[in-house]
Design a binder for this molecule. Structure first.
Ligand code: NAD
Length: 485
């Protein structure tokens, strides 16, 4: 592509993708590796002008896209899925480079991202309505589903491909068009997805990507535009609430996937070795930067010492470093602000009496040592806020009632985990937890979960992604009533 800046070592442009064209902007912003600081690309910096262009293109494309059958839309989605899988290696590398996730996890994320496209390609053909048994003998009544319209999506950096396909695949399958504003830290994966959508034959204006160093100007235009009928957001709770308020003026449909503060309760019948393996997966994956990551661990007092010792030993073995090295378990945090938050949570806990059982310090650059803290007390920040880093705080509990009360004592309600061999207790506790997702002896309940409902209670969000629940978020329901003459 002559005259268009390309991403270093990759075969795709760093321009915005607007109306089916690679669009250069007067200004650009730098995307750097959080591990090495290396410049990866100067990326188009979109503002109000690009947002207006994208809104017009999304509205124009919607008129035609919604007329295609689900079978036709599904065909293009299937091609997109095939291309994603064919480019797993490259997209995995790009993810590791721009957000710092270890390469093996990054490649796994690409498959997870593709699974939404595959599932929705099939589901596009099953958006059936309902014939309703009427109260009146001379009426025939039906409910039909229609796409809600052009959609605006705002996505985070921690899962830079799957958080986009989890929104774009159901939106496109349902017949909506979608404008994605990716996180400023990870626009490259988003642009790569757009390139593959273009290659799959996705019509101009159906999927657009607007990278921006400042999210506000793009957002303002799209949130004020009456023609954009839905906002779908994944990110922090404060930003989700801003978008929720902004959406009120044009009464947009709203889906919010927000922050969490996941408890992990380990009961006295737990197998310590398995509980440790469970913790490694649910806590240290993606350097603790997942919305469903275990944020606080409540362990029965009888097990506390043994579990803390075994966990500290296992955590000390984790290899921290270069995300491109296949032996790395924990990469860098994505940015200085994230590292500062982890440091401040650990300092706050230590100042209030916590003890370090493993790690407990920055390792240079944006790396932080995988950490286990004991002696945790109520009132520490680490129990109350989302730490979003590789730190596990442990607190002993006396009995089931206390553990449930502590677990629910938060404004968040995304994911919770328990470990027990007792089936009655498993059901009792899973039902008592005020969370949208509960893993019972399962550290990754949403793994490859394109067919499963994903979302939170309380301050963790509104609506669900995944499965038919995810598709319904992009559909309007229309009553058509026939009176027989
Ligand atoms: P963030 O809220 O800072 O940013 C998310 C997105 O919002 C980015 O694209 C950003 O540019 C945009 N944004 C920021 N301010 C904005 C504004 N005023 N107007 C419009 N857009 C704005 O969150 P983050 O730090 O990138 O992501 C981490 C958070 O996301 C964590 O809280 C995590 O739990 C949450 N998360 C939730 C889920 C879920 O499914 N529930 C999944 C992944 C991450």
């Amino acid at each position: 592509m002559l005259g268009v800046a390309m991403v270093k070592d990759f075969d795709f442009p760093s321009s915005a993708y607007v109306g089916g064209k690679w669009h250069q902007t007067p200004r650009t912003f730098a995307v750097k590796s959080p591990y090495s600081g290396e410049l990866l690309a100067q990326v188009a910096d979109c503002g109000e002008a690009e947002a207006r262009m994208a809104a017009d293109a999304a509205v124009a494309a919607f008129k035609e896209w919604k007329k295609l059958t689900g079978f036709e839309r599904g065909k293009i989605l299937r091609k997109w899925n095939d291309l994603l899988i064919a480019h797993q290696e490259e997209l995995g590398r790009l993810t590791a480079l721009e957000m710092g996730k270890p390469i093996t996890e990054a490649k796994g994320e690409v498959l997870y991202a593709a699974s939404f496209v595959e599932w929705c390609a099939e589901e596009a053909t099953r958006v059936n309505g309902e014939l309703i048994h009427s109260r009146f003998p001379n009426k025939r009544q039906m409910a039909v589903y229609e796409p809600v319209g052009p959609v605006y999506a705002v996505t985070p950096w921690n899962f830079p491909t799957s958080m986009i396909t989890r929104k774009a695949a159901p939106a496109l399958a349902a017949g909506c068009t979608i404008i994605v504003k990716p996180a400023e830290q990870t626009p490259l994966c988003a642009l790569y997805l757009a390139k593959l959508w273009e290659e799959a034959g996705g019509p101009a204006g159906t999927l657009q990507v607007l990278p921006a160093s400042d999210p506000v100007p793009v957002s303002r235009v799209l949130m004020e535009d009456m023609r954009i009928r839905k906002i779908t957001f994944t990110g922090s709770t404060p930003v989700g609430k801003i978008l929720y308020r902004q959406g009120a003026d044009t009464l947009k449909r709203v889906s919010l996937e927000l922050g969490g503060n996941a408890p992990f309760i380990i009961f006295e019948d737990a197998d310590i070795e398995k509980a440790v393996q469970f913790t490694l997966l649910s806590k240290y994956r993606n350097a603790g930067q997942t919305c469903v990551t275990t944020n606080r661990i409540y362990v029965h007092k009888k097990l506390e010492a043994d579990y803390a010792g075994a966990l500290a030993e296992a955590v000390s073995q984790l290899k921290v470093g270069d995300p491109l090295d296949t032996s790395t378990n924990v990469g860098p945090l994505v940015e200085q602000q994230g590292l500062d938050k982890v440091v401040s949570h650990v300092e706050d806990a230590l100042s209030k009496g916590a003890k370090i059982a493993a790690g407990g310090k920055p390792l240079g650059g944006l790396l932080y040592a995988p950490t286990v803290l004991t002696g945790i007390q109520p009132g520490m920040k680490i129990l109350e806020e989302e730490t979003f880093g590789p730190v596990a705080p442990l607190m002993p509990f006396e009995d089931e009632e206390q553990a449930i009360a502590w677990a629910n004592n938060t404004d968040y309600g995304l994911a919770a985990y328990i470990w027990t061999k007792d089936l009655s207790r498993a059901f009792r506790v899973a039902e008592a937890l005020e969370y949208g997702i509960v893993g019972v002896n399962d550290p990754v309940p949403s793994a490859m979960g394109s067919n499963l409902p994903f979302g939170g209670y309380k301050n963790s969000g509104l609506g669900r992604e995944g499965g038919h629940w995810g598709m319904e978020e992009f559909l309007e329901t229309k009553l058509i009533s026939f009176m027989l003459p």
